[in-house]
Design a protein around this ligand. Structure first.
Ligand SMILES: CSC[C@H]1O[C@H](OP(=O)(O)O)[C@H](O)[C@@H]1O
Length: 351
């Protein structure tokens, strides 16, 4: 594959000629394949099958799905069009339950759609709002990166888990955005990326995009996190998030809790980078739904079987990291520190 085609300015998902264009992330790192959709049901399937993944990227994809829905609708009145949009919203929302960004993106579009008076006005409002959401995501990532970069030092080796990078957002990244901004601030850093089983977002996506962007990145199996920290290979950790509740409990890729626990054990600062659209001030930690995925993600890699037939599998896509393991939550509005019930709501008041 021609790696020169991929850089951090690449758009993971974008709107072109009234169609949604996505990188098919299931094909990386072996092939850079773009897919094109003109039906919101196709976008829903792309979110569910992880053709597009990453909390902010699926939020923007959901919004673009509703933009396709208004173009597909045959409605002649506002009420009919809003009803068609509500049907599409339900289908898109049902794809993945843990990342709050999906619901946030869909609700933002529905709210703006209801302010329209005519079918044509609503169609224009929905499409323009979805496009702005995508562009805002990039600016938010850069502001977050800048806020986070001051937490990292020259010659740090930074561990990250899963992919919270350009491929998990529209571009630039959240956790990887902090890593990019730290290098852009002139600091010499190295990165350790965990493989992130079962579907290997770390090896297939993070290692891929950081290597392409010229970072000194090393890949480790998830089982080598403790070894890396115990042997002084890691100075700090930064990860992304799919949902953060106001008590500071962080829901992120499965394995994050183990990384945070090991970091605490070894006195290594553990940061989470996420936009305000990933923060859920309403839901209690105990009520957050953890997406359970199919067992075949664990019992094989690609077409190669790596487990006996009919073995029982427990395959949660996310876990919860409690606030006492988190050194700080980096956002585009600043860094929240414990006690999080006090500091997180203040992020929403910051200008
Ligand atoms: C900034 S991406 C946030 C988050 O989303 C990823 O999950 P998935 O690959 O299943 O969509 C991972 O948990 C990232 O940290």
């Amino acid at each position: 594959m021609d790696n020169t085609a991929v850089d951090s300015s690449l758009r993971t998902v974008e709107w072109k000629n009234n169609k949604v264009i996505m990188i098919d992330q299931t094909k990386l790192p072996n092939q850079l394949v773009f897919v094109e959709y003109d039906d919101f049901n196709q976008v829903a399937d792309a979110i569910k099958t992880l053709i597009v993944r990453g909390a902010p990227a699926i939020g923007v994809s959901g919004a673009f799905g509703l933009a396709l829905a208004v173009l597909q609708s045959k409605a002649t009145t506002k009420d009919e069009l809003i009803s068609d949009l509500e049907i599409a919203r339900k289908i898109l929302y049902s794809t993945r339950p843990t990342a709050v960004n999906l619901g946030w993106g869909l609700d933002k579009i529905m709210k703006i759609a209801k302010t329209g008076e005519t079918v044509e006005q609503i169609k224009k409002l929905v499409i323009e709002t979805a496009k702005k959401m995508a562009e805002d995501d990039i600016e938010i990532n850069k502001a977050m990166g800048k806020n986070g970069s001051i937490l990292f030092d020259d010659n740090d080796t930074i561990m990250t888990h899963c992919n919270a990078g350009a491929l998990a957002t529209v571009a630039y990244g959240t956790a990887l955005g902090v890593i990019r901004a730290t290098r852009e601030s002139g600091k010499n850093i190295k990165v350790i990326a965990t493989e992130t089983r079962p579907i290997q977002q770390g090896s297939r996506l993070t290692a891929f995009e950081l290597k392409h962007d010229g970072f000194d990145v090393s890949l480790i199996p998830d089982t080598a996190v403790g070894y890396s920290m115990a042997n002084g290979l890691v100075n700090k950790v930064v990860v992304g998030a799919d949902r953060i509740v106001k008590t500071g409990h962080v829901f992120n890729k499965i394995g994050t809790y183990q990384v945070a626990t090991m970091a605490k054990q070894h006195g290594i600062p553990f940061y989470v980078a996420a936009p305000l659209s990933t923060i859920d001030l309403e839901t209690k930690a105990e009520d957050v739904i953890i997406e359970m995925r199919k067992g075949n993600e664990v019992t094989g890699i690609g077409d190669k079987k790596t487990a006996p037939d009919d073995i029982n599998v427990i395959n949660p896509a996310f876990d919860m990291t409690p606030p006492e393991l988190i050194s700080g939550i980096i956002t585009e509005k600043g860094v929240a520190r414990a006690p999080y019930e006090e500091s997180i709501p203040k992020l929403f008041q910051a200008n």
